[in-house]
Design a protein. Structure first.
Length: 620
C-alpha cells in the first residue's frame, strides 16, 4: 500500500525522493513526506496531507538539502490523513527518523510502555512507536546530535524489531549516524538499488528504474545497512548473509506515460505485446504443447497430481476461475478456486496429491502469501503465477511461472490479468498433453494461442464504439454484467473494473442466474452488459438477454464480428474478433476494460489512483 523511497550518495536527495514518490503514487496514499540530512548532520523533515503536489509546494517553502534522505507516501491506517500522521516520524527528540509500511499489531501495548518511560507522541500512528522504541534502545547522549556508533544503532534497530508483532518494511535515518540508512523487512517489500557511489531503497522497483540495473530484494527478517559505497545484509538473528543481486530489466518507458492520458489506458493498449511476452519461448508447436522451465516438478510428478487448488484475490481470482474451466477441460483434473483470505484460515481437508497455484500480480499480496505458506506448512507443493521477479511469493513458492508483463502502474489490473489468462491456458495445454489431450487437439490450441495477440489488437479497435457507449451510460449508477461458461469470469472482472475506477455499483453474474433474483434489479435505468460471443451456450445467453429486454432494461452486448442477429435485440453492440471459445475471455475483456476506463474519465475520477484502493495489498 504505502510507498518508501530512500537515497544515499553524491546527488541531491530531494529530487530523487520526489521522483520516486511520484512513481509510487499508483500504490495508493493520502499523505506524504521526506526527511534529509544536510552536510552538517541536521535533520530536515517536511510533510503534507494530500497528494505529492502538496508536498512539493511545502518543499518550495522549506528546502531540504542533503545527499541522504528518505521519503514516504502514507495510506491511513492508524489515525486520519493529516500532516501530523504523515511519515517520516521522529524518535526521541529527533535522534532518528523512520518511514514504515505495514501494520504493527502490538503497537498499543508498546505505546503504553513507552509513555510510561516519558515518551510523548504527536501522532496516532503505529509507526511513531517504532521510532521511539529504537530511541529507547539507544544509549543516552548529552545532545541529540552526538554521534552513535553504527553497530550500536544497528543493534537498537534489531532489538526493536524483535519486539514488533505484525508486518513492516522500514528505513531509518539518523543524524547520529549521518552516512548510513538502515532498512528492514517483515512481510512488506524492500528493494535496494545498487549504484556506483550511491544506493537507493524502495518498496518496489519502479523508483529504481533509470538509476540502476542491479537490485537486491530483502527477505523477511533481514536488515540492510546501506552507505553510499557499501551494502551489508544480515539476518536479524543469524548474522551476515550474502545477498543475491538481480538484474532490473525494466526500461524508463515502462514507468512513463509515453503520450497516453493515463497508465491504465497505456497498459490496456500494451496487451498484444505483453501476451506475446508471456508466451515467448513457452509454446512448442512441434510437440503441440507448452514448455515451462520453472515449475521444478517432473512430468512424472505432475501426472500424479489428482487435484489442483488455485488461490488468489481480486482480479487474479477471476483469472483463476477461467483457469478452472481450462484445466478441467484440457487436463481433466478437478480444480478448486479459493479466495486466499478464506483458504488461509478455513483449514479444508486436502488430499496428499494436491497441487496449489498462488496467482498474484505483485507477488506480495498478504492473503495469497498467507494461504500459500499454510499449504506449504502442510507439505503440499506450492507453485506461483506471478509478475514481479524476486517478490516474496515468487521466492517462497516451490516453483512457478513469471508473467513478463512488465510494471503495471494503474491500480486496476489489465495487462497482468490477460497475461495470467495466457499462462493458465498454456498450463492447461501442458498438463492436458501429459494426460489425455491428443496431438491434433494440442495443435489446434497452440495455433489459436499464437494468433491471440493479433486478435486482441483487433479487439482494441472497438475503442471508438466503446467511447460512444460510455458517453451514453456514464450517468448510470448501477450496472449488471452477465456471461456464461468461459465468459462468466469475464462478467465478474468487467464489473470489478467499473467499480474500482468509476465508483459505479456493478454486479457480475452467470447469465442463467438472472431469473433467480437479480432480474428484480432490471429497469430502464440499469444497463445490462451481456458478454455473448458465439459458442455452445450462445442460444442460452440469448434467452437471458430477451428476458431483460422484455422488462425494459438497456442492453449492451459484447458479440463476435459478423453477428447481425443480436443488433435487433440489443440497444448497443460492441464487436470483438471471433476466436476459439476457450480464448474468448482474452478478447471479450478488452471492451469491458475500455468501458470502465471511459466511464471513469467521463465521471471525473482519478483513473490510475482510485480512492481507497492500493496496487499491492500487503496487509490483511
Amino acid at each position: 500500500m504505502c510507498g518508501i523511497v530512500g537515497y544515499i550518495g553524491h546527488r541531491k536527495a530531494k529530487s530523487i525522493l520526489i521522483e520516486g514518490l511520484r512513481r509510487l503514487e499508483y500504490r495508493g496514499y493520502d499523505s506524504a513526506g521526506i526527511a534529509t540530512l544536510d552536510v552538517e548532520g541536521k535533520l530536515h523533515v517536511v510533510k503534507a496531507a494530500g497528494r505529492i503536489d502538496m508536498l512539493a509546494g511545502e518543499l518550495r517553502k522549506n528546502p531540504t538539502p542533503g545527499t541522504v534522505g528518505v521519503g514516504h507516501t502514507r495510506w491511513a491506517t492508524h489515525g486520519p490523513a493529516t500532516q501530523q500522521n504523515a511519515h517520516p516520524h521522529l524518535g526521541g527528540a529527533g535522534r532518528l527518523a523512520v518511514v514504515h509500511n505495514g501494520v504493527i499489531e502490538n503497537y498499543s501495548h508498546l505505546k503504553a510502555m513507552l509513555q510510561s518511560k516519558g515518551y510523548e507522541f504527536v501522532s496516532a500512528t503505529d509507526t511513531e512507536v517504532i521510532a521511539h522504541l529504537i530511541d529507547s534502545c539507544l544509549p543516552p547522549t548529552e545532545s541529540d546530535g552526538d554521534p552513535i556508533d553504527l553497530e550500536v544503532m544497528v543493534d537498537a534497530v534489531r532489538d526493536t524489531l524483535l519486539q514488533l508483532r505484525g508486518t513492516y518494511g522500514i528505513v531509518v535515518l539518523s543524524p547520529a549516524c549521518p552516512g548510513v540508512l538502515i532498512a528492514a523487512r517483515m512481510g512488506s517489500p524492500i528493494v535496494i538499488g545498487v549504484g556506483n557511489g550511491e544506493h537507493l531503497i524502495a518498496s518496489d522497483a519502479s523508483p529504481l528504474v533509470g538509476h540502476t540495473e542491479r537490485i537486491v530484494y530483502l527477505a523477511d527478517h533481514q536488515i540492510a545497512v546501506v552507505t553510499s559505497d557499501e551494502l551489508r545484509v544480515m539476518h536479524r538473528e543469524h548474522g551476515d548473509v550474502h545477498p543475491r543481486v538481480d538484474v532490473l530489466d525494466w526500461e524508463s518507458g515502462d514507468v512513463d506515460l509515453q503520450g497516453y492520458a493515463h497508465f491504465m489506458l497505456k497498459e490496456i493498449y500494451e496487451q498484444p505485446q505483453t501476451l506475446r511476452d508471456a508466451m515467448r519461448g513457452r509454446l512448442c508447436p512441434d510437440d503441440a504443447s507448452a514448455v515451462f522451465g520453472g515449475l521444478n516438478l517432473t512430468s512424472r510428478q505432475l501426472r500424479r497430481v489428482n487435484r489442483i487448488i488455485l488461490t488468489a484475490c481480486g482480479t487474479s481470482w477471476h483469472a483463476a476461475l477461467v483457469g478452472e474451466y481450462l484445466l478441467e477441460a484440457f487436463a481433466r483434473i478437478p480444480v478448486e478456486v479459493e479466495y486466499a483470505s478464506e483458504l488461509r484460515y478455513r483449514n479444508p481437508p486436502v488430499e496428499h496429491d494436491t497441487l496449489l497455484f498462488a496467482i498474484t500480480q505483485s507477488g506480495e499480496t498478504a492473503d495469497t502469501l498467507g494461504a500459500m505458506r499454510e499449504m506449504k506448512r502442510k507439505g503440499h507443493p506450492t507453485l506461483s503465477i506471478c509478475n514481479v521477479v524476486g517478490s516474496t511469493i515468487a521466492h517462497e513458492s516451490d516453483g512457478g511461472v513469471y508473467l513478463h508483463a512488465g510494471p503495471e502502474i494503474g491500480v486496476a489490473s489489465t495487462k497482468a490479468y490477460t497475461s495470467q489468462l495466457a499462462v493458465l491456458t498454456m498450463l492447461a495445454l501442458y498438463l492436458g498433453r501429459l494426460r489425455h489431450l491428443s496431438y491434433p487437439a494440442g495443435c489446434r490450441i497452440t495455433k489459436a494461442l499464437q494468433e491471440i495477440p493479433d486478435r486482441v489488437t483487433e479487439a482494441l479497435e472497438s475503442n471508438d464504439e466503446v467511447l460512444r457507449v460510455a458517453e451514453k451510460y456514464a450517468g448510470a449508477n448501477n450496472f449488471l454484467y452477465l456471461g456464461r461458461h468461459f465468459n462468466f469470469p469475464t462478467a465478474l472482472e468487467g464489473a470489478l473494473k467499473l467499480k474500482e475506477i468509476s465508483y459505479v455499483h456493478a454486479e457480475g453474474y452467470p447469465a442463467a442466474e438472472m431469473k433467480h433474483g437479480p432480474i428484480a434489479l432490471v429497469d430502464e435505468k440499469t444497463p445490462s452488459v451481456i458478454v455473448i460471443p458465439r459458442g455452445f451456450v450462445y442460444e442460452k445467453v440469448m434467452a437471458n438477454l430477451e428476458e431483460i429486454k422484455a422488462r425494459g432494461g438497456p442492453i449492451i452486448a459484447i458479440v463476435d464480428q459478423g453477428d447481425e442477429h443480436i443488433a435487433s435485440l440489443a440497444d448497443d453492440v460492441i464487436r470483438v474478433p471471433q476466436v476459439e471459445d476457450f480464448l474468448q475471455p482474452l478478447v471479450t475483456i478488452i471492451p469491458l476494460q475500455l468501458l470502465a476506463y471511459h466511464i471513469a474519465v467521463l465521471r471525473g475520477c482519478d483513473v490510475d489512483k482510485p480512492r481507497n484502493l492500493a496496487k499491492s495489498v500487503t496487509v490483511e
